[in-house]
Write a protein that binds this ligand. Structure first.
Ligand SMILES: Nc1ncnc2c1ncn2[C@@H]1O[C@H](COP(=O)(O)OP(=O)(O)OP(=O)(O)O)[C@@H](O)[C@H]1O
Length: 246
């Protein structure tokens, strides 16, 4: 029996004005699968994953998340209740403490009491190894700590799927591994993950499948070992050469 499909993207097309950003994208993700999406700047990676939780609208095609269509009435809200997203720039509420950043969603969207929401928040702050930062404001934290708060905040909503949009690209190099370590643990716990990143070490460690995008299309896909050892597309080979030089 095939694994449960939790994301089904079919024939997805999207333009910004005259500029075609996604062309006939098809991608299926199974429960527990970890997919790393890479590709040159402007190839449509962010737009693709933003479409998955309704942050961008698409022109044609279909997206089903856990069987829910983004196009059906109330679909976007239902999908967002199942999908967590972590952005490059953390997107924490600057005027709230770390703890309040984490408790807001569970209290508002899931109806938890403050006591229960704080207990949940502390559990996740322990998981990302910064419980001692709970009373601080985001600006008092390092970038790596802020990103771990952002991950904990998403996890507090008990998502079935996590989307990551270049979660380490705004970080100083010494902070990248503390965030990747948390993501590796999440992957090992079986979370379904769609990760846009150029961290190829991470990809090799956790990805079940790599997706290489170029010019709004999926140009190559396969297991990390297959695509790294023998990239079929010349464009992917050139891209790998470029990023592995850094
Ligand atoms: N809101 C928007 N309005 C107009 N054009 C946009 C918008 N968002 C993205 N684009 C354009 O769409 C293209 C794809 O952008 P996208 O952010 O999806 O690419 P990406 O592969 O994630 O790139 P990067 O690695 O630089 O983040 C780019 O040319 C970008 O300038």
């Amino acid at each position: 029996m095939s694994a449960e499909r939790v994301i089904e993207i079919s024939s997805l097309n999207k333009s910004f004005g005259d500029f075609r950003v996604l062309t006939n994208v098809d991608l299926s993700v199974s429960l527990g699968e970890r997919i790393v999406i890479c590709g040159p700047s402007g190839s449509g990676k962010s737009t693709l994953i933003r479409c998955v939780n309704g942050l961008e609208q698409f022109d044609s095609g279909h997206i089903l998340v856990d069987g829910i269509s983004l196009e059906e009435p109330g679909g976007v809200d239902r999908v967002r209740s199942e999908v967590g997203m972590v952005f490059q720039q953390f997107n924490l509420f600057p005027h709230l403490s770390v703890l309040d950043n984490l408790t807001l969603g569970p209290m508002k969207a899931r109806g938890l009491s403050r006591t229960d929401a704080e207990a949940l928040a502390m559990e996740y702050l322990e998981r990302v190894r910064i419980p001692e930062q709970a009373r601080k404001r985001p600006r008092e934290l390092s970038g790596g700590q802020q990103q771990r708060v952002a991950i904990a905040r998403s996890l507090c909503m008990k998502p079935k799927i996590m989307l990551f949009d270049e979660p380490t690209s705004a970080l100083d190099p010494e902070m990248i591994s503390e965030v990747l370590d948390v993501m590796v643990e999440l992957a090992q716990e079986g979370m379904t993950m769609l990760v846009v990143t150029h961290e190829m070490g991470f990809a090799r460690k956790v990805a079940d499948r790599m997706v290489f995008m170029d010019g709004g299309e999926i140009v190559e896909t396969g297991t990390p070992s297959a695509v790294f050892e023998a990239p079929k597309s010349e464009r992917f080979r050139a891209f790998l050469d470029k990023i592995l030089q850094h």
